[in-house]
Structures are given as C-alpha cells and as structure tokens.
Design a protein around this ligand. Structure first.
Ligand SMILES: O=C(O)[C@@H](CO)OP(=O)(O)O
Length: 254
C-alpha cells in the first residue's frame, strides 16, 4: 500500500429529515413545537425506508431528536426497511433549531411584515437569532417534562445549534461510526444543516444556501477522521432531493 491508496470507509452515516409535518404543510415556523406528520409525511417516511432497503443502507443504530415528527419518521422508515429492532437513542441536542417568537407564525406573513432581508436573516443567517419567545406562552417549551434539567432555549440561531450539537456528535454518534456502524440520524432541517456544515466544512456564509428536503435519506461514507469520502453526501433519490430542497428554499414566497 502506498500513500496514494484510496481511503476506506469506516462508517456510514444516514441523515434523514422528518417527513412533511402539519406545520410544514401550513407554512408555519415550527422549531421545538411538537407537531405531527401529515399523510404525505407518513408516505415520505415509508419511501425513505424503501430506499434504504433497496439500496442496502441498513442502520445498526438510530439517533433521534425528542420531537415526534422525527421519532415517527424513523419508526416508519425502519419498519419498512425491516430494521425496527435496532437500538434507539434520543437526545434534545438533535432537536430543530428553536425558532423563538416566530414559533407558530406563518412564514409568508412574517416575510410580508418584515421584508425579505429580515426574513432571510432569521431563517438562514448563521448568527442572527429570531426574537426570544416569552416563557409561559402557548408555543414555549419551558416546563415541558422532556426537557427537565435542561436550560430550555428561548431562541436559537444556527450557530447555537452547532454549539449544542457538535460536542454530542463527537461524544456519541462519532463513536458508533468509528466502530464501523451504519448510523441513522433522524432529525430536522436546521439541526441537520448544522451537522452537514461541520462534516463538509461549509463556511458560515455558504451554509445559508443549503436546504435539506423532507424524507429523503442522505448517505455519507466517512473515513477514519470522519471526513466524507463523498463530500456533500449522496441522496438515495437525488432527483426528488433536488426538487424537495428547492421547495424548502422557496417557503415564505407563497
Ligand atoms: O419551521 C422550522 O422549524 C424550519 C423547518 O421546518 O423551517 P425553516 O426551513 O424555515 O428553517
């Protein structure tokens, strides 16, 4: 073997954004609000499972957020892939970005009221958090028992998600990958953007242009430094992923 020998993969990471949720369908900012999947979202979960089965991408372990849209999508997909029996680990650090005071509000209305620039800064800038949500209001998570012992955020920008997620990635998910496992991470548009930013070394500016479609598995083959052998990852259905990412980018325009 010379230094030029091809790097080999130690582990396979599969990122899966939940299927369409009720608030994706109604175009509302969601964040940590625990909304259900729609019928379309359930179908997307099943399709994700078929894609994994057909392409022989079979997880050994699954990590999810604490939100039912990610938990349900993982359950549905793993059932179809016949991997419903694998170990599961859930952690709040995989939750969607907390959308602050915007949680529950309609994206098109916010864009109309505040203009394109502010709307995009809140949605996609790296370090501009939306205004904080008030404790005790309808869409705040303070007092939710699943977050006992956690300093529940009142808002987050993407940078805040990177700060909470990457230590968790290094301590847990990375260890499974280094042990040679195929790991499914079922999470959210912005928590997965934080992870992809880290994996692909995307700059703070360029991450604004990256959108993750609902319900399509994104596979990364990682070397022993957990560097992608396939930078950018490989969607198991690339055409559907491109169409889905364009639809996410366009939200708020309706
Ligand atoms: O509302 C949200 O929580 C997210 C994901 O659905 O939306 P956006 O894509 O606008 O960041």
């Amino acid at each position: 073997m010379t230094d030029e020998s091809p790097r080999s993969s130690v582990g396979t990471l599969v990122l899966l954004r939940h299927g369409e949720s009720e608030w994706n369908a109604s175009n509302q900012f969601t964040g940590w609000v625990d909304v259900n999947l729609t019928e379309k979202g359930i179908a997307e979960g099943k399709r994700a499972g078929s894609l994994m089965r057909e392409q022989n991408v079979l997880p050994d372990v699954v990590y999810t957020s604490l939100l039912r849209r990610a938990i349900s999508t993982a359950n549905i997909a793993l059932d179809v892939a016949d991997r419903h029996w694998i170990p599961v680990i859930r952690d709040w650090r995989l939750n969607e970005r907390h959308y602050g005071k915007l949680q529950g509000l309609n994206k098109a209305q916010i864009r109309d009221e505040f203009g394109d620039e502010q709307f995009m800064a809140w949605r996609r800038s790296y370090d501009t958090p939306p205004p904080p949500i008030e404790a005790g209001t309808e869409f705040s998570q303070d007092g939710d028992p699943r977050y006992d012992g956690i300093d529940v955020p009142q808002t987050e920008c993407l940078k805040d998600v990177v700060v909470r997620m990457i230590p968790y990635w290094e301590e847990t998910i990375s260890q499974d990958l280094l042990a040679g496992k195929t790991v499914l991470v079922a999470a959210h548009g912005n928590s997965l953007r934080a992870l992809v930013k880290h994996l692909d070394g995307i700059s703070d500016d360029d991450i604004a242009g990256l959108n993750i479609p609902t319900g399509i598995p994104l596979r990364y083959d990682l070397d022993e430094n957990l560097s992608p052998l396939n930078p950018g990852g490989t969607y198991l259905d690339p055409d559907a992923a491109a169409a889905g990412a364009a639809a996410v980018a366009n939200q708020g325009a309706k």
